[in-house]
Every structure is written in structure tokens, then in C-alpha cells.
Design a protein around this ligand. Structure first.
Ligand SMILES: Cc1ncc(COP(=O)(O)O)c(C=O)c1O
Length: 455
């Protein structure tokens, strides 16, 4: 409800007539008007016309500093010249050979160079496919069926990943998920060793344990490194496959991802986003004994019954291989990480100061080049500076004031910044000027939201 003057909603509508018209058309043609749930925005999403570096331009002519950067995939920013040249160069040589090709081998070798503790890679089409394949590999390797996942950790949209994502954690985030599949996934509160031990005690049917090592839902629930260390030791002793989902953190937290940063190593790792250089793609990497379950042998019984099957029309397609390879070469020296991490730190600090100054019930936090935003009474329920095991993940994932998130996002867009509702990503293309402008825009946007009485 608006105290006085023009509401954010009204301003947003007035500033984005073309986006509103496109959304109206989209709703008649595309189910739900959207192609990804996370792009939902009330009253309507903006439509983007082009992007370059840290910026994008919407169809109504507004320039925006972008903290989506391809859902975190474009670590070097939009349209990096070397990545663009690699894609354009490949375009004229063919986009899909329906055959093996040299680029996929070079891309694979580059991944293994950055993750030297890993033996093998298998390319897939997306992060969702990566976690699906990793779970299958874990089940095949152990002959067991159950997967443990943690509340608030996100692993894509397939049925096995649809449980324990948002509160209430005991109910799937989607209709249409078979009960039989839900029973194969055991969910556990994050960072809670006692709960994990209780859940797994006396069981011999657990194939694997999957989690985002950098924290559930892109760091919304920060990780307790002590918990991660114990989990590594315990799963090894119990013969469970430990799967780190590094779709977000892979090549972002360091050239070798969260595992290089924390020096804790999984049996299997799922990758997507940055690994594919901003085009569709992903991968599973891991140790030879687990990964070689995918290999054909000179043994028809093995090939038909023992082997792990895997297909996918666009796996390691030449365009993605070209973009992924050059991206991974460019980030190998960790210079992009130094820049993006510094930008992330400056942004978190600046936004926190704004929150403090305005006395808003909110907090900004995050690790490396991720920015997490919580709107709500964190001072009473959270202790982000304390041990992660004491965080209330139900509160962090609960988003009690969802309307305020939408209002703030719209208000930020009106100020020239596109920040996802709950967490955003920085890239090596974000400049000091971008950060300063974003902090100013955040102050102005928060004041608009306060004025609209949603915060
Ligand atoms: C940690 C994590 N795992 C898996 C996925 C699914 O990846 P994709 O959207 O490529 O299917 C995501 C997507 O954001 C993710 O953040």
C-alpha cells in the first residue's frame, strides 16, 4: 500500500510499456508466460534486447547493471570478445556434427587441468541433467537406492531434486512428482551433524549424499566447513558417494571451484553454467571407478546390464565446447576471480551500509562473487557472522515478505539495476563504477520500498 505519490508498481508500468505488452503476448503463447520460474516478477518481467559486459538494455531502452549475468553462467560478463569470437568461428564450421570432435576433448582436458583431483568427465546438457546423472552413477556404484539431500539446497528441476527445496521442506516444490521417487530422497536439515547421523543411523541403503558445497540455494544458507569436513570423512567410511553440486560455485569460487577454495574433495562433482561459457551445457566429473561405469567394454552382458547408460542430443555440442574451452582458459590464472570477488565484497559492504543507515530489516551477505539478500527481521533470527550451524535455514529460505522482494526488484530496475530477487552474481566485467552506482541505486530503491510501506 502506497503512503503518498506514485507507487512502485505504477512507476514500473509507466516505464516499461513494451515489456508489459510482450508479457501479455507471452501469456497467450508460452505456458505461464515464462521459460524459467525464477524469472517470475510481479507485475511483469522486463524483456531484454541486448547485453554487453556488465550491462543489458531492455526493450523500453533502459540500461541496467546486470547481476544475473546469464543465471551466473557468464563469469567473464556478456559478450566477452574472445568467447564471442570462438562461438562465431565455430558457427561457420558447423553447430552439430552428430559425432565426436576435437574441441570436446580439448574442453575435457581443460576441465581436468583446473580440477586435477578428478579423473574423468562426462558432458551433459544442463545442471539438472548433471545432478540426475550423478545420482544414477552413485546408485549404480553402490547398488543402493537412496540419496540424501539437504533442506534448502537446489539441484535443478528433475523429480529427485524436487523435494526439500523450500519450506515446508517435507513437501515437493512441484505437483506431479511420483511418491515412489520422493521416497528415494531423504532430506536432512543443513549443517546439522546430529540430524544427519540420526537420519543415516543403521541404514545400508544410502547410495549418495548431494549438496551445494558453497551453501544451499547459491549460498542463501551458508556452509559450515566443519560439517563439510565431517561429511567427507563419514561418507568415505560408509561407502556413500559424496556429490558436490558445483553448478554455481564451479570455476567461480576459484579456478577449481569450492573444492579448491575449501580443500575438501567430493567423489562426484556436478558442473554447469560457467563450464559451458554461457551456452547450454554441463558436466559430471569424478573418480575413474565411478565414472568408468559409463564406458563400453568388450563384454555384452556389461554393456547391457552393468553399464550406466547416458545420452543427450546436445551433449558437448561444438558451439558450447568452443565457448566453454575459451572461458576456462581465460579464467585459469584466477585474475577474473580476484576482480569479481573484490567487486562482490565492495558491493556487500556498500549495500550493508545503506541498510544500516536506513534502518531497514534486511541484510546482505555472501561469499566470493555472490550476493545474497534477505528481507526480514534478521537481527532477531539470524547470526550471519556466527557459525553457520546456528543459522535458521527455514527463516532464510522462507522469504516471509515476498511482496517486498518483488517491490525492491522493480524499484532497483527503475534505478538501473537488475538484481535477482534473492541472490545475484558478479562477473569479472563488473567495474568499480558499476558497484558505486549499484550502491546508490540500492539506497534509492530501498527508500522507494519504504515509502510504499512494504518494508
Ligand atoms: C546448484 C545448482 N544445481 C543445479 C542447477 C540446475 O542447473 P540448470 O538450470 O542448468 O538445469 C542449478 C541452477 O541454477 C543450481 O544452482
Amino acid at each position: 500500500m502506497k503512503k503518498a505519490g506514485v507507487s512502485i508498481d505504477e512507476r514500473f508500468r509507466r516505464a516499461h510499456p513494451r515489456s508489459e505488452a510482450l508479457f501479455r503476448r507471452a501469456c497467450a503463447a508460452i505456458a505461464g508466460g515464462l521459460s524459467h520460474d525464477i524469472r517470475h516478477l510481479s507485475p511483469f518481467p522486463i524483456y531484454v534486447d541486448r547485453a554487453q559486459g556488465s550491462r543489458k538494455w531492455d526493450v523500453d531502452g533502459h540500461e541496467l547493471i546486470d547481476y544475473w549475468v546469464g543465471h551466473g553462467a557468464l563469469f567473464l560478463g556478456h559478450g566477452h570478445p574472445a568467447v564471442r569470437d570462438a562461438i562465431v568461428g565455430q558457427l561457420s564450421r558447423g553447430t552439430h556434427y552428430g559425432a565426436c570432435h576435437e574441441l570436446e576433448v580439448r574442453w575435457a582436458e581443460q576441465v581436468l587441468k583446473l580440477l586435477p583431483w578428478v579423473d574423468r568427465i562426462r558432458f551433459v546438457g544442463s545442471g539438472t541433467e548433471a545432478t540426475l546423472l550423478a545420482m544414477r552413477l552413485a546408485r549404480a556404484a553402490t547398488g543402493r537406492s537412496k540419496i540424501v539431500k539437504f533442506e534448502g539446497h537446489f539441484h535443478g528441476w528433475h523429480d529427485y531434486a524436487a523435494v526439500g527445496v523450500r519450506p515446508p521442506f517435507d513437501r515437493p516444490v512441484s505437483a506431479g512428482v511420483p511418491q515412489g521417487i520422493l521416497e528415494e530422497v531423504l532430506t536432512c536439515p543443513p549443517n546439522d551433524w546430529d540430524a544427519f547421523r540420526l537420519l543415516t543411523f543403521g541404514r545400508n541403503d544410502i547410495a549418495g549424499v548431494i549438496l551445494e558445497p558453497g551453501g544451499g540455494s547459491s549460498g542463501t544458507i551458508p556452509t559450515d566447513l566443519g560439517f563439510l569436513t565431517r561429511l567427507r570423512e563419514f561418507t568415505r567410511a560408509a561407502g556413500m558417494v559424496l556429490i558436490f553440486d558445483e553448478v554455481i560455485t564451479g570455476f567461480r569460487f576459484a579456478p577449481g571451484g569450492a573444492q579448491q577454495r575449501y580443500e575438501i574433495y567430493a567423489d562426484l562433482t556436478t558442473l554447469a553454467k560457467i563450464v559451458a561459457g554461457g551456452l547450454p551445457g554441463g558436466a559430471v566429473v569424478g573418480s575413474a571407478p565411478i565414472m568408468d561405469q559409463l564406458a563400453f567394454r568388450d563384454d555384452s552382458a556389461w554393456n547391457r546390464e552393468g553399464r550406466v547408460g547416458h545420452a543427450g542430443t546436445f551433449n558437448a555440442n561444438p558451439l558450447t565446447a568452443a565457448a566453454g574451452l575459451v572461458t576456462l582458459e581465460l579464467l585459469a590464472d584466477a585474475q577474473p576471480h580476484a576482480k569479481a570477488d573484490r567487486a562482490g565484497q565492495n558491493l556487500r559492504t556498500g549495500m550493508s551500509e545503506v541498510i544500516e543507515k536506513l534502518g531497514v530489516d534486511a541484510c546482505v551477505y555472501g561469499e566470493s562473487s555472490i550476493i545474497n539478500l534477505f528481507l526480514g527481521p534478521h537481527r532477531h533470527g539470524l547470526a550471519l557472522e556466527g557459525p553457520a550451524s546456528q543459522l535458521d535455514h527455514r527463516l532464510l529460505m522462507g522469504h516471509p515478505n515476498l511482496e517486498a522482494y518483488h517491490q525492491l526488484r522493480c524499484a532497483l530496475i527503475l534505478q538501473g539495476v537488475d538484481l535477482p530477487l534473492f541472490h545475484g552474481w558478479l562477473s569479472a566485467a563488473h567495474s568499480d563504477e558499476d558497484i558505486e552506482r549499484t550502491i546508490r541505486a540500492f539506497g534509492a530503491a530501498l527508500r522507494l520500498v519504504q515509502d510504499d510501506a512494504t518494508l
